[in-house]
Design a protein around this ligand. Structure first.
Ligand code: M6R
Length: 594
């Protein structure tokens, strides 16, 4: 959550560079934004801060910003304190010599704030962040240099966080990481720091990943790294990343969400066309573990549940599923022989990281399917398979989900000793998806969305591996259209939810291309008998459907194809309701707080 970006270099338009980069990070938080830079007045350096409620994408004219070779910026997803100009970052100290932006939560901020207030410090915001800048300032005044002051202040705080700051008295930017992502971009005579790579991708593809408990001093000529525990200098490896800037841009599409849905033509193939030995290695780990857990949050959690069905039916292997936010409650079942597979697009979700930390303490083997190479989860795992979906910027996860499902199916086939038939099925499925990812199909879905755009509720049912797809459908519809949506296992309806069905209630029925078909059709008939309007997704136009979203017959891969019309439907509902599907209210792409 929250986007951080900092620049120091030889160019004198640092504020412009930072604003431009923050626009590429807006998916991380977009309730307010701000930048801090230096400006020279009467021959001395002054702190210049501009911050504002609203979306940074609306900021067009940067000509009024001072010319400077250094700037830091932030796009906020509020945690402590309402969405106001004052609470937006950067925050500064009383003398206005230091500016700081922050991602994460300082859990004991109230205690530190009380101590500082006793010393006479005046606070002007409701944020935990302001406490950090005043504490660093306090240590500076006690005679410490900036690096030591930041080191000491970081040690005072509990929680997961990242800080980026500068003092007007030194030509450098200091950053620390303790649980929230920060990546250093190394250019020619310029250095960047950001919470995600797209911020600096137009300038460099050379990066250093900052690890937890590390500090970096950014200088125009390059970064210098230090341990946050000892203050001693450390060496880090420079890595070249594979992403291209076009991967992180909208291109001709109106929204990232639509672009990313359409990219599934290629991303599914990219996910499965991996080194067979690597697939087999992970499949064996899952097969041979004494107790295997799949875990993830939100969409990735629903994908993990699909994995449970896939392993049961294809590999005849029992897998436990626990949402990551509940995972620590099951720690006593984790043993050194246990395998935990985390599923995460960003590789930075706090609840997933916490689940993996618990697994690590128990000595369990940690594995992951992540999209972002070098992310925290990637680096903390003994084994990672990258899903290779390319940057996913829309808050609603789409292409990452189908890549993850495809890999889980492939792993289940590999565990059953049938890797080749799994690959064949998925290659065929990927080619059939072209039937769905075209303007004609989008228009058809859009017409159905127009009809239901004013609905109060939408219910979705599925059976078997299409049950988690029903849950995922509810997430997609809720998060971008704000229509109340709920997913159920088809057989669960008559145990309660069916009481909510009235004349005209829209119900989406996901028909699996397998043995669950007759029963889900019976469930659709039960809904229809109570007045529901049935939107059917399946390969055949069933008599019970009032509206039909065709999908190609795909056997055990039906969750993949069934998910595509759902993604398009959610997208079209959002557009029909005049909403921005890329930036849904209250959400952020990467949930780095618990
Ligand atoms: O980056 P992750 O896959 O770990 O993110 C997990 C969830 O926060 C994410 O899937 C969320 O539910 C999406 N916004 C749903 O579209």
């Amino acid at each position: 959550m929250c986007g951080i970006f900092g620049y120091i270099g030889k160019k004198n338009n640092a504020p412009e560079i930072v604003i431009d980069g923050l626009k590429r990070l807006e998916y991380r938080g977009y309730d307010s934004w701000g930048i801090a830079t230096t400006s020279e007045e009467k021959g001395t350096e002054q702190l210049y801060v501009y911050k504002k409620v609203g979306k940074i994408s609306e900021m067009r004219d940067t000509s009024a910003f001072p010319k400077s070779t250094l700037a830091i910026g932030h796009s906020r997803w509020a945690t402590h304190g309402g969405v106001t100009d004052a609470n937006a970052h950067p925050h500064w100290n009383s003398k206005k010599t230091l500016a700081l932006v922050h991602n994460g939560i300082l859990e004991n901020y109230a205690e530190v704030k009380a101590e500082l207030m006793k010393k006479g410090v005046k606070f002007i915001t409701e944020t935990d962040t302001e406490v950090a800048v005043h504490l660093i300032s306090h240590y500076l005044e006690s005679g410490l240099d900036l690096r030591k002051a930041v080191l000491k202040a970081s040690a005072r705080f509990d929680g997961r966080f990242a800080f980026v700051l500068f003092s007007i008295h030194s030509n450098s930017i200091i950053a620390v990481r303790r649980g929230a992502p920060l990546i250093v971009g190394v250019g020619k005579n310029e250095t960047f720091i950001a919470s995600d790579i797209p911020a600096f991708l137009p300038y460099t593809d050379k990066v250093n990943y900052l690890d937890d408990h590390e500090m970096v001093e950014l200088l125009p000529e390059g970064p210098k790294f230090y341990s946050l525990k000892t203050g001693k200098s450390i060496e880090k490896r420079l890595i070249t990343i594979e992403w291209q800037i076009e991967d992180a841009e909208k291109g001709d599409f109106e929204h990232y969400m639509l672009k990313e849905i359409f990219e599934q033509k290629e991303t599914i193939l990219r996910a499965i066309n991996q080194d067979p030995e690597e697939i087999m290695e992970l499949a064996k780990l899952i097969k041979n573990a004494r107790g295997a857990f799949f875990t993830g949050c939100g969409t990735a959690g629903k994908v993990a549940q699909i994995g449970v069905y896939a392993f049961a039916s294809i590999a005849k292997r029992h897998i436990n599923f626990t949402p990551s936010s509940e995972f620590t409650l099951f720690h006593h079942f984790l043993k050194p022989e246990t395998l935990i597979l985390a599923i995460s697009q960003s590789g930075e979700t706090a609840d997933v990281i916490e689940a993996m930390e618990v697994g690590k303490k128990s000595g369990s083997t940690l594995a992951s399917l992540v999209n972002v190479k070098g992310s925290t989860i990637d680096r903390m795992c003994d084994y990672t398979l990258l899903i290779k979906a390319g940057p996913e910027k829309a808050v609603a996860s789409t292409k990452a989900a189908t890549s993850q499902i495809s890999l889980l199916l492939l792993l289940a086939y590999a565990s059953a000793g049938e890797l080749d038939s799994g690959r064949k099925l998925l290659v065929e499925t990927a080619s059939k998806i072209n039937d769905l990812l075209n303007p004609r199909y989008l228009k058809h879905i859009s017409k159905i969305a127009q009809k239901f755009k004013k609905s109060r509720d939408i219910f979705i049912i599925g059976r078997g591996a299409n049950f988690p797809i029903a849950l995922e459908a509810a997430i997609k519809i809720q998060e971008v259209s704000y229509i109340h949506a709920e997913g159920f296992a088809g057989g669960e309806l008559k145990h309660g939810p069916i009481a909510m069905i009235q004349k005209g209630t829209p119900c989406i029925v996901l028909v699996g291309d397998d043995e669950t078909r007759p029963e889900i059709i019976s469930n659709a008939l039960e809904l229809k008998a109570r007045g529901a309007e049935i939107i059917g997704i399946g390969p055949v136009r069933e008599a019970v459907f009032d509206h039909w979203m065709y999908v190609p017959a795909s056997g055990i891969a039906s969750p993949i194809v069934n998910l595509i019309p759902i993604q398009l439907f959610a997208y079209c509902l959002a557009c029909a309701r005049g909403l921005d599907p890329d930036m849904p209210r209250n959400l952020a792409k990467s949930v780095t707080v618990k």
